[in-house]
Design a protein around this ligand. Sequence first.
Ligand code: ADP
Ligand code: ZN
Ligand code: ZN
Length: 720
Amino acid sequence: MPVPLRQHLDYLPPVGCDKLPEPGTRIRAPLGSRVLTGVVTGIAQSGSFAPDKLKAVEAILDDTPLIDSRVMELLCWTADYYQHPPGETLMLGLAPRERRGQDPAKCGEAGFRLTTRGEGLSQDSLRRSPRQKALVAALRDGPRTRSALLNAGFQPDNLRRLKAGDLIEPVVIVEEQNWESREPLEPNAEQAAAIAAVTGMLGCFSCHLLEGVTGGGKTEIYLQAIAAVLRKQQQALVLVPEIGLTPQLLQRFEQRFQAPVVALHSGLGDAERDRNWHAARLGKAAIIVGTRSAVFAPLHAPGLIVVDEEHDTSLSQQDGLRYSARDVAVKRAQLTDCPILLGSATPSLESMANARSQRYHWHQLTRRATGASPPKKHVIDIRGLELRAGLSSTLEESTATALSQGEQVLLFLNRRGFAPALLCHDCGWVGECRHCDARETLHRKPPRLHCHHCGYQEPLPNSCPDCGGKRLVTSGLGTEQTEQALRNKYPDTPIHRVDSDNMSGRHAMASFADSVASGGPCIMLGTQLLAKGHHFPRVTRVGVLDADAMLFSPDFRGEERLAQLLTQVGGRAGRAERPGEVLIQTRHPDHPIIEAVLETDWSTLAAGLLEARRLQGLPPHGALAALRCDSPDPNAGLAFLQALAGQSEPVASGHGVRLVGPLAAPMARRAGLYRCHLIATGPSRVAIQSTMRALVEAATAQRPPRGLRWFVDIDPTEPL
Ligand code: ADP
Ligand code: ZN
Ligand code: ZN
């Protein structure tokens, strides 16, 4: 049931029920004073309560399970691994209207065909089941849709039994029978090797890490691997970190294939999401491109899973059920017996470790597919230099040269707004959010102070709230201010600011990328939105205005993230014919990460970071989890976690797990809540699992103080 209970609930079958529902079927049943839509997880002959204490299900909502057995297994694994209430987790296997108990949206058709085994069946077999035999005969002429078979008088049960006996299998059926890709590019040797490896292993589980420089032709590999899957009349599920990346990828798939492609992400309205979800279930959709929650989408005939930009933290959900869609996708491929392809120019250290230990097949694309040379990278030591609009004279000259040659320039500044702080010149007051331990950012259009952590906004003060002084000054640069300065400096050049304040809506980013791809010289100034997967063929210069803002992060993943960001941003330079140049402004030119980004490739850099993690005993060496707590009371969370730590200590040490904390979170107060956590580090995921289970048990047994909420974070991505 869709409630935060950490258990499955027992119900009696509805009165007069003659056929028990299978797992994955929805039911409507009372819980407390409400009637809710839940999902059957199993049928039992007995339970922990006497039958006369149990309530009966009111209605069974589906004839056949809406969630198939493999996705049920995946969802149960997810609930168990991430230690989240199973009922809430199961809801991820349903489209919005299905969760409300309505019928699935209307659309398309599922089909079936004979397996090799079914084709080889002799005339005498299945003599005891004439209907099944007739069904096999009907399919000898080729695949048929489910409804055609039902109209011909066959029963769902006939289909199910033949499928269980591996005599028939589900396939995708669309009117258009020509699945062939239209114009595959001639793959280079590295691409060909990756394509051959993946397509050579269709039909069984294998995990492939595709580590390819930006512009290395990863997408072309996805396309050709998908083509092989479509030829088998199976489906491909493609996961991307951001909604903004889906339209671009959808477009590339639609141009290449004459096959139905659907999107699944939160930017869609419920109705479209419902339809696409059900189309995936029926096999009406051949390629499903979605963001993280699409990892649970129903698939009629799954053949391949692709995770693009696998390092991106947007693939991890940070509230409610905290899961990594990449990791769940790997589990799904394993349960589904299909290959999975993880692609990135800067794969996560987790995946690099798996590739190095040969748990994953490792494919590298070391050169740009178009033959473009890799960008040249330089560091600009800005110590003591005068900056104008955040640009040193070297960066200014480089920008001017590029513009005069008709090229485009990308400037990266990872801070939106006008200025990251407002100060009083007289007394030193700093504008802080009243709900968070954070400074407010000054925005000019319209003039307000914004908190980027909780969304709180307030008008600008006319004078200092502390001393009444009138001399309020800003400190630091944001994209709004830099944009203004650039406009003054380059009045004749189009300046595009790209940050989440002016790129909202699901198509904004894609249509922007399209428009500059065909446009003349310009300057793009933006945040990490610019670093993600977009192709800007005319950009030749990339300038990083302030690498230092990201240098000294307290998070143990800080260096990995900085290196990824710098490499990804740099990779936007010179993707087409003209060579690219990357200029990184810093006051720490000798910092090992900055040096590594300049001098080595990702594998070498990752090897160094992995060694450091090994020495520190941090993931991917060993495992990590956190029990997090929020409370309106500054001390309640710490006390709550302290008690749990005491109770669970014996279990933890029995598994070789160390409990650290409780500690205040790096931003101890956010949106009015005090946040703290207890960290568990240990030699293996199994050890961490057992420890976290003990902690969760102890937490569930307690009555938490008012307003306190706790949650489990396994393999956390949020800073600790
Ligand atoms: P990535 O996804 O790794 O950034 P893409 O697949 O988008 O790279 O490829 C980058 C560019 O190289 C695209 O313009 C693409 O059309 C081109 N490309 C990819 N593979 C080849 C190939 N084998 N031959 C020629 N051009 C290619
Ligand atoms: Zn003051
Ligand atoms: Zn705030």
